[in-house]
Write a protein that binds this ligand. Structure first.
Ligand SMILES: O=P(O)(O)OC[C@H]1O[C@@H](O)[C@H](O)[C@@H](O)[C@@H]1O
Length: 274
């Protein structure tokens, strides 16, 4: 049975009539409704709201490693499985924090750190800023990361993702083959699990029911993921693989972020309605 702190949800209201919800469980954004009433974020109806679990859907924070790109044996790290603290909140923004004393640390992790996640609503936009500080006085801190956004889509076959043409990607649905994106629109046909490297500008998602533009700062790479039917059937907490596509702003492909003792890093994504 989850305690109250795991189930705590912070709700935000934007001046433009938009709203958002963030769980202390993983600092996971679980809803962004634009002023037109459209829900832009997908959460599985069978997601687990339990201490130590990650929420299937929303925007889990992958830290201190994306996938298995780091020293831990825990996919996507431990920030998404940890209960964060609410540090500050007002009507349209919230800051949540996590450090080594409050996190559910993965086996093998001993470095101290201070994380902040700020979520804020603006006109037709939602911004998430992840701030990382190395609180160790002598050792450097190394990490990979991603904001693992599950965008809700009305009709998966209508999905078109632009902004990736000509870029190289690791195709994790094809044993990590290195491929160059030829098309100007990526479509979701079967399992898609791609890590696009060094994406220079905005990525746009369009589907029959709407669209979103994703801008990134210090998160150079972009992951596109949908498991399709076969893989989805092995994910017990995923209700509907046709209801979403993940577009993940990441620092994952090249060298990890290296923070000197006392140094800080800021990564940000801004989603806006198209
Ligand atoms: O099931 P998890 O750990 O939440 O991961 C979901 C997916 O996350 C994506 O970021 C990865 O590229 C996929 O390989 C992975 O399957």
């Amino acid at each position: 049975m989850a305690g109250e702190s795991e189930l705590r949800e912070v709700r935000l209201e934007g001046d433009d009539g938009s709203s958002a919800a963030i769980r202390t469980q993983g600092a996971t954004l679980t809803s962004w409704k634009t002023a037109d009433g459209q829900e832009r974020i997908f959460v599985s109806s069978t997601a687990k709201y339990e201490r130590g679990a990650a929420i299937r859907g929303g925007v889990p924070v992958c830290w201190p490693q994306f996938a298995m790109r780091g020293p831990l044996r825990q996919q996507h790290g431990f920030a998404r499985n940890s209960t964060w603290q609410v540090a500050r909140q007002d009507k349209a923004s919230v800051v949540l924090t996590l450090d080594e004393t409050t996190a559910k640390l993965a086996e093998g992790w001993s470095a101290p750190f201070a994380l902040e996640m700020e979520v804020s609503l603006g006109k037709d936009t939602l911004t998430q800023e992840l701030r990382v500080r190395n609180t160790d006085p002598t050792q450097s801190l190394s990490f990979t990361t991603a904001l693992h956004t599950y965008f809700t889509v009305s009709d998966l076959p209508s999905v078109e993702i632009s902004g990736l043409q000509g870029l190289q990607y690791d195709d994790n649905a094809r044993n990590g083959a290195i491929v160059t994106e030829q098309g100007d629109r990526v479509r979701i046909e079967g399992e898609v699990d791609r890590l696009y490297e060094a994406v220079p500008g905005a990525v746009e998602l369009r589907h029959a029911g709407g669209g979103v533009r994703l801008l990134r700062h210090a998160l150079p790479d972009v992951v596109v993921w949908n498991p399709a039917e076969d893989k989805a059937s092995r994910l017990a907490d995923l209700s509907d693989w046709r209801g979403f596509v993940c577009i993940e702003a990441a620092h994952a492909a090249g060298a990890p972020v290296e923070l000197a003792p006392g140094a800080s890093w800021v990564g940000r994504q801004e989603m806006s309605k198209l």
